[in-house]
Design a protein around this ligand. Structure first.
Ligand code: HEC
Length: 149
C-alpha cells in the first residue's frame, strides 16, 4: 500500500504525467476565456445606432437569424467567413456562384459600399451603403455573429 501510494504520487510521475495535463488544461481554459472576452468586446463595440439604421435596409431583402428562409436575397446568418455565393437553397447569379473567396472585413466593406464594384452583374439591386460608419457597424455586426473564425 505504501509502495503504491508512493509511486502514484511520486514527484517523477507528477512531473511526467500530471503537470503536462494541467498545463494543457490551463492553456485551453485561458485561450477559450480570452477568445470569449474578445468576442464580447467586439460586439459591444459595434455602433448600434448606425447598425440599426443600415441593417433595416438589408432586411427588406435579407433575413439574418439562423434558419430563417431566404427572401429576395440569401439568409445572412454566419455570412462572415463564409464562401461567397454558396448558400444552400439560394440561386445566386453567375458572378457570385463563380466567386472564390470568403467574406471578410475588406470584401464585405467593398461589396456593401458598391455591390457592382465587386460583382458587375449581381442581382443585389442595392446602391450601396454610403456612410463608412454604417458599413463599419455592419461588418462589426456580421463578424460578431459568426461562428466561422
Ligand atoms: C433589393 C434587395 C436587397 C437589398 C436591399 C440588399 N440585398 Fe444583399 N443580396 C440581394 C440579392 C438578390 C443577393 C444575391 C446576389 C446575386 O446572386 O447576385 C444578395 C447578396 C448579398 C450578399 C452575398 C451573400 C453570400 O452568401 O455570398 C451579402 C453579403 C449581402 N447581400 C449583404 C447585404 C447587406 C449587408 C445589405 C444591407 C446593407 C443588403 N445585402 C441589401 C438583395 C438585396
Amino acid at each position: 500500500m505504501n509502495i503504491m501510494s508512493q509511486s502514484v504520487f511520486s514527484p517523477y510521475l507528477v512531473r511526467k504525467i500530471l503537470s503536462p495535463v494541467v498545463v494543457a488544461g490551463l492553456l485551453i481554459f485561458q485561450t477559450t476565456s480570452l477568445f470569449g472576452k474578445e468576442q464580447k468586446v467586439e460586439t459591444a463595440a459595434c455602433d448600434e445606432i448606425a447598425l440599426n439604421r443600415a441593417l433595416g435596409q438589408c432586411k427588406a431583402c435579407h433575413s439574418v437569424e439562423k434558419g430563417e428562409t431566404h427572401l429576395t436575397g440569401p439568409n445572412l446568418h454566419n455570412v462572415y467567413g463564409r464562401q461567397a455565393g454558396k448558400v444552400r437553397g439560394f440561386n445566386f447569379t453567375g458572378d457570385l456562384k463563380a466567386a472564390k473567396f470568403k467574406w471578410d472585413d475588406e470584401k464585405l466593406d467593398r461589396f456593401l459600399a458598391d455591390p457592382r464594384s465587386l460583382f458587375p452583374n449581381t442581382a443585389m439591386a442595392f446602391g450601396g451603403v454610403e456612410q463608412e460608419t454604417e458599413r463599419v457597424a455592419l461588418v462589426c455586426y456580421f463578424r460578431s455573429q459568426t461562428k466561422r473564425y
